[in-house]
Design a binder for this molecule. Structure first.
Ligand code: 13P
Length: 343
């Protein structure tokens, strides 16, 4: 196994208070976000958008790594340069989403299992050859009446661990993402309980599959109330609950926790990450980082709206959000300055 290489890459991904930018939306997800803004849902526009991101000047000051999608890792920019080289030359480590999406879990109405293990070894070898240094696999856990079931926790954790072991065999750092969804009216306490169980199940499976914990990154949800829950706890309460949950369930050998944003607003995601770092940065064994898609991209995508003349304004907005999250890692994020700088 490429032990030292994995450890070095994992550490680099969370070094210098930087974080990850997820730009790995599948075509259907990308099109859903484009459709809301009236952007044409074509390959041409997907390419233009990803090129805009990769060519954002100064992005690497806050972003350590970018997660690409199969289509994007093969893309060349308008001047013929492979997009992956644009990222690498700017100092951003390229990664790749390798799961094949969350599909209905047989016998478990309302629950999903992520597919993509078949031929994964071959696909990982190709991605490594294309220049990827890390990979991502997202499992989805839904909270509902009687959900999640033991079958759902188990199936998803098993797949995540098999994926992670294959990644490490190929020299790629696995980003292990068990996402407990925010959809629903459940309480913060219920999110805590489900996330703790999900993480314990995942780490048990990672242990069984002999995954090197020092050579991986965990990408979890924060502990938050459901979007429709009438009680929405404060930023500080979310930060406290999140850290308590991870202290119960995440081994100290893991170098970094890079949160997903999951549909929180950009500002709230930064504020919550900031609160965690203000209080706990010096106490916890892992870096408290970010791996956001929507919470970094959304304002930029809205400004761009598919129009070339808006490219610079969109790149400025992208940089702004990336910078806010770097500040949040340092515990120096100020929502008032955020609002002024964003305008
Ligand atoms: P969000 O930050 O938009 O939740 O996306 C993160 C991600 O990569 C989901 O797999």
């Amino acid at each position: 196994m490429h032990k030292q290489q994995l450890i070095d890459t994992a550490r680099s991904l969370v070094a210098d208070d930087k974080g990850l930018l997820a730009m790995d939306e599948s075509n259907p997800t990308c099109h859903k976000r484009f459709a809301k803004l009236g952007i044409p849902q074509t390959q041409e526009y997907r390419f233009a958008y990803r090129e805009l991101i990769a060519k954002t000047p100064g992005l690497s000051e806050s972003i350590s790594g970018a997660i690409l999608y199969d289509e994007t890792i093969r893309q060349t920019t308008s001047d013929g340069t492979p997009l992956i080289n644009v990222l690498k030359n700017s100092g951003i480590i390229p990664g790749i989403k390798v799961d094949a999406g969350a599909k209905d879990l047989a016998g478990h109405p309302g629950e999903k299992v992520t597919e993509g293990l078949d031929k994964l070894r071959d696909r990982l070898a190709e991605y490594a050859q294309l220049g990827a240094r890390f990979a991502k696999w997202r499992a989805v856990i839904t909270i509902g009446s009687g959900l999640p079931t033991a079958g759902c926790y188990e199936a998803n954790a098993h797949a995540l661990a098999r994926y992670a072991a294959l990644c490490q065999e190929a020299g790629l750092v696995p980003i292990v993402e068990p996402e407990v969804l925010m959809d629903g009216s459940h309480s913060l306490a219920r999110c805590f309980e489900v996330t703790e169980e999900a993480l314990r199940t995942v780490f048990q499976q990672l242990y069984l599959q002999r995954v090197l914990l020092e050579g991986m990154i965990l990408k979890p949800n924060m502990i938050v109330p459901g979007l429709d829950c009438p009680i929405q706890e404060s930023v500080k309460e979310v930060a406290d609950a999140t850290i308590e949950c991870f202290q119960h369930s995440v081994p100290a050998a893991v170098p970094g926790i890079a949160f997903l944003s999951g549909g929180q607003s950009s500002e709230l995601a930064s504020a919550r990450l900031n609160a965690m770092n203000v209080k706990y940065k010096s106490q916890v064994p892992w870096a408290l980082a970010f791996s956001f898609a929507r919470a970094i991209q959304q304002p930029a995508m809205e400004l761009w709206s598919g129009k070339a003349e808006n490219t610079q304004a969109a790149q400025k907005a992208l940089n702004h959000r990336a910078k806010c999250n770097r500040e949040a890692r340092r515990g120096e994020y100020d929502p008032q300055i955020d609002a002024v700088d964003a305008s």
